[in-house]
Design a protein around this ligand. Structure first.
Ligand SMILES: [Ca+2]
Ligand SMILES: [Ca+2]
Length: 521
């Protein structure tokens, strides 16, 4: 049957479906003659009908820089995300899910290509992966779905920043809505931040309307697309920008978190005394303020509050889109998956932002709901964002795509207790890796220095046990999952690139000398 499909698609299918296949497969010209051809046509029609009848739609919700401060993960005890809570109740939450890279472009490239950063060589905010020779023809998740009959729609931040460039967009998705944007901004920055007063590094509230925010417009387009009945089966990607900085929200979202009762992150003074100095190189010089500056300036609480307000606002936009799926009658045949590209520090380990290999940077919300997914279920097995590609192919009933480095989560979506052999691996820049199992986190940096945490006894990763000789076997057990080799940064790599050659660390092209003070501490 499959061979029949490949040969005859161009002659038989409606225009949209033709485009799916003939784009990828040069098809022989076939003339239909006699009964044999007729039978094959009937066979093919049945084949296509059954293929589409069993395929669920997919709503793919990406959130930028959202750590585990969401109701289903309780990373902050006061966070209010009623819509994510509701989604979690009708689906499965992965409580131990981790990004493959703690940075937008690297993480999203990994998820969408199904390859680890140590394979793509994409570690920084550039390049766009299609500029890399080995990835030019790589079939991404939306392209794979399109090949198998899906109609692909996207809006907001799914790929990083301005990627893909405008002329290439139709190669990646069929239909494009508004790009990500901050939307309404104050006339001047609300906070003057150190290290260059970066325009994006800002937070607080000012008079504006929720409707004027970029994420509102992204949700609007998704809702309109659903109301206008997209071609089915559809793959609708919706990428929200908040709580990425600037953390601006209207007053009503700040009012959810009164300052007088706000709980601050639980920190341990001098927490980094037992972490390798190399860990600082991973976020050596960045516009995100350090904890010391926030405390000195009296800005720590206001940043925590603004982040929480932004999380609750973005949750409301998730709710608008998920409600639209239900209103438009797609609830029973639509898979919803919600994920964030990486976490975010709010003072833990003395920093804000991402770019570390600890849970605060790597742990992300990952929620599935819809047909084939267990309800009110919580899975504690390690999961990787890299698993989304094979999992969605599996849920859609499609043949397993070849050459992916993740693993389908379908067994865990049916039964949260289903065993899983693999840990979750996060890589930040060349040859720095974290391995997260159910109980442990093991980190090895490019210079060979290590960290080990017992995540059950020490969930805040305060006590580095890497030098405890009795735990050597634990380290070895985790080290065997480290990528056997790591690609050097791809040509054109820029922004937040750390290299380590012949014992010399280099940050964004500048050598770090022994004894250099940690910048801006
Ligand atoms: Ca991000
Ligand atoms: Ca410590």
């Amino acid at each position: 049957m499959a061979a029949c499909l490949d040969v005859f698609t161009t002659s038989l299918h409606p225009k949209g479906f033709d485009a799916v296949f003939d784009w990828y497969y040069p098809l022989p010209q076939v003339k239909f003659q006699g009964m044999r051809s007729l039978l094959c046509m009937i066979q093919l029609a049945l084949c296509v009908t059954s293929l589409h009848a069993g395929q669920p739609n997919i709503l793919f919700i990406a959130i930028d820089d959202l750590n585990d401060w969401v109701g289903p993960l309780k990373g902050h005890p006061q966070v209010q995300t009623p819509h994510m809570d509701k989604l979690a109740q009708r689906g499965t939450v992965f409580t131990n899910a981790h990004c493959q890279a703690p940075l937008c472009n690297a993480s999203r490239t990994s998820l969408m290509t199904g390859l680890r950063p140590s394979t793509t060589g994409i570690y920084g905010l550039a390049p766009w992966f299609r500029q890399v020779q080995s990835l030019k023809e790589r079939v991404t998740l939306p392209q794979y779905l399109k090949r198998h009959g899906y109609h692909t729609y996207t809006t907001g931040k799914v790929y990083h920043g301005g990627y893909p460039p405008q002329p290439e967009r139709k190669d990646e998705y069929d239909h494009w809505g508004p790009a990500a944007g901050v939307g309404a901004r104050p006339e001047a920055k609300l906070v003057t931040t150190p290290f260059g007063n970066h325009p994006l590094v800002d937070w607080g509230t000012f008079p504006h309307r929720d409707e004027d925010k970029g994420d509102w417009k992204v949700a609007d387009w998704a809702i309109q697309t659903l109301e206008e009945k997209p071609e089915e089966p559809f793959f609708l990607s919706v990428g929200f920008f908040l709580p990425h900085v600037p953390c601006y929200a209207t007053q009503k979202w700040f009012d959810l978190y009164p300052p007088q009762s706000l709980q601050m992150p639980n920190l341990r003074p001098q927490d980094r005394e037992d972490t390798p100095f190399f860990s600082w190189y991973l976020h050596w010089s960045l516009p995100e303020p350090r904890l010391g500056w926030l405390q000195r300036e009296g800005e720590w609480q206001s940043l925590v509050r603004a982040y929480l307000a932004s999380v609750s606002f973005v949750d409301s936009q998730v709710g608008r889109v998920v409600d639209a799926v239900e209103r438009a009658g797609y609830r029973d045949n639509t898979i919803v998956v919600l994920w964030s590209d990486h976490g975010w520090h709010l003072g833990e380990k003395d920093i804000t932002g991402k770019n570390s290999l600890w849970d605060r940077s790597t742990r992300v919300p990952l929620i599935f709901a819809g047909p084939g997914v267990a309800q009110s279920s919580r899975c504690h097995r390690p999961a990787e964002l890299l698993d989304l590609y094979p999992t969605l192919a599996d849920l859609a009933g499609l043949p397993a795509p070849s050459g992916l480095e993740g693993h389908s989560l379908l067994p865990q979506l049916r039964d949260a207790e289903a065993p899983r052999t693999w840990p979750a691996i996060t890589t930040h820049n060349h040859d720095n890796h974290g391995v997260r199992s159910e109980r442990w986190r093991y980190i090895r940096y490019a210079d060979g220095s290590e960290e080990l945490y017992d995540m059950q006894q020490d969930p805040m990763e305060w006590h580095n046990l890497a030098s405890d000789p009795s735990l050597e076997s634990i380290k070895q057990e985790h080290a065997r999952f480290l990528p056997p080799s790591s690609a050097k940064p791809a040509p054109g790599s820029r922004h937040r690139i750390l290299t380590y050659e012949d014992g010399v660390p280099t940050w964004e092209g500048a050598v770090i000398n022994p004894g250099d003070a940690i910048p801006f501490e």
